[in-house]
Design a protein around this ligand. Structure first.
Ligand SMILES: Nc1ncnc2c1ncn2[C@@H]1O[C@H](COP(=O)(O)OP(=O)(O)O)[C@@H](O)[C@H]1O
Ligand SMILES: [Mg+2]
Length: 374
């Protein structure tokens, strides 16, 4: 296929890849290009097909239809061990009876790499992932973080073109997980390798990926840089899954083309207010739309705001969730729904003057709501 000028051919190309297990369709018609050197992350809820898609690239699953190209060559018929792709498994899958060194060297031994070269490459990768001194230990003598590094070393020592990481940090505790994110990202950049990672953790995807592909029920529903996916979610599912959003159903009103604003009648019961939101193009008047409101982009007042302030809703404070760095305020809307507003605790007097069951007013700037039609 001809590439548009100025854009390098992708290293990995999925073309209409579909895979079912019996009647269940795990992956449904995925098209995706990943560039050399990219850190790409597949994100989505458990069971949406992330691992299955990754396994088709590794050669552990055969697509029912579609093609996968690596560096322009069709991988159909190439067995897993012949693909220049290595997978780091979610469970690490270390051999319990082998030392760290032997675990790392295993793949090279199988490939018949000469002894001296194996020793050299193992020593180098041990330094790269910083596990010097652990070479003689067995997996059960390692912490979770050390096991993760051994698994990483074992995958990297074979010098794959692409490293596949399936929930690589899931087994680590929170603090270690966050530190390891930066380490992995730094390692990927330093080695200039292409990483394809699978995670259900949106923070992890946002912190590490150059681009994120969000999957929903086997389909790839949106691909973009983290900020793009977060700020401009393409579907209700993405808005709800990536970060936190309050979704408010409504009906599209007239579109003011000049100001590129759309009126939306909210479906919030008897006293339904009308909102004004920024929109690039308007859905048909009268059609169902959803507003996605991010907690950090909502304003909160304890007195009615100035007359003329757009998009104001009166609500009742339901509860306050103090999270240290911020407080998450949940409010009940007139129609019975809830809305979440987060407030940064920039001083040590969090939420002075705010308490449960008091009246409050929330509001948002027309440009800060996302209008969803899918
Ligand atoms: N080997 C298999 N046999 C039958 N069903 C499978 C198999 N592998 C995955 N599935 C099913 O395919 C769907 C996608 O699974 P998976 O790719 O593991 O999702 P994820 O990695 O996003 O959690 C799930 O419904 C899962 O139960
Ligand atoms: Mg999985």
């Amino acid at each position: 296929m001809a590439e548009p000028p100025g854009r390098p051919a992708p290293l990995i190309r999925f073309e209409g890849v579909t895979k079912s297990f019996g009647a269940a369709r795990a992956v449904a018609g995925v098209d995706l290009d990943i560039a050399q050197g990219e850190f790409f992350c597949l994100l989505g809820p458990s069971g949406c097909g992330k691992t299955t898609l990754m396994r088709t690239l590794a050669g552990f699953e055969t697509p029912d239809s579609g093609r996968i190209l690596l560096d322009g060559a069709d991988l159909a018929g190439v067995p897993a061990h012949r693909r220049p792709v290595n997978m780091m498994f979610q469970s690490y899958a270390l051999f319990p009876h082998m030392s760290v060194e032997a675990n790392i060297a295993f793949g090279l031994r199988q490939d018949g790499v000469p002894r001296a070269e194996i020793a050299e490459r193992v020593a180098a990768i041990v330094r790269t992932v910083q596990i010097q001194g652990l070479e003689k230990r067995r997996p059960h003598q390692l912490s979770g973080g050390q096991k993760q590094r051994v698994a990483l070393a074992r995958a990297l020592v074979k010098r794959p073109l692409v490293l596949l990481l399936d929930e690589p940090l899931a087994a680590l505790d929170r603090k270690l997980r966050e530190d390891t994110r930066f380490e992995l990202k730094e390692l990927q950049a330093r080695l200039g390798l292409t990483f394809l990672m699978v995670t259900h953790d949106q923070d992890e995807a946002m912190a590490m990926a150059d681009r994120i592909g969000v999957m929903e029920k086997g389909r790839l529903v949106q691909v973009g840089a983290p900020a793009e996916v977060y700020e401009t979610p393409a579907t209700r599912g993405v808005a709800a899954f990536v970060g936190d959003s309050t979704l408010i159903e409504g009906v599209a009103g007239a579109f003011d083309g000049a100001a590129a604003r759309l009126r939306v009648r909210a479906a919030l019961g008897a006293s339904s207010p009308e909102f004004v939101v920024a929109a690039r193009e308007a859905p048909a008047e009268g059609s169902a739309v959803t507003l996605a409101l991010r907690p950090e982009k909502l304003r909160l007042w304890t007195e009615p705001p100035e007359a003329g302030t757009p998009n104001v809703l009166e609500a009742e404070v339901w509860d306050l969730g103090y999270l240290g760095d911020k407080t998450l305020v949940r409010l009940r809307l007139p129609g019975g729904g809830t809305v979440r507003v987060s407030r940064l605790n920039a001083s040590r007097r969090p939420e002075a003057g705010l308490s449960a069951h008091q009246r409050a007013w929330i509001g948002f700037d027309p440009a800060d709501a996302v209008l969803l039609t899918r």
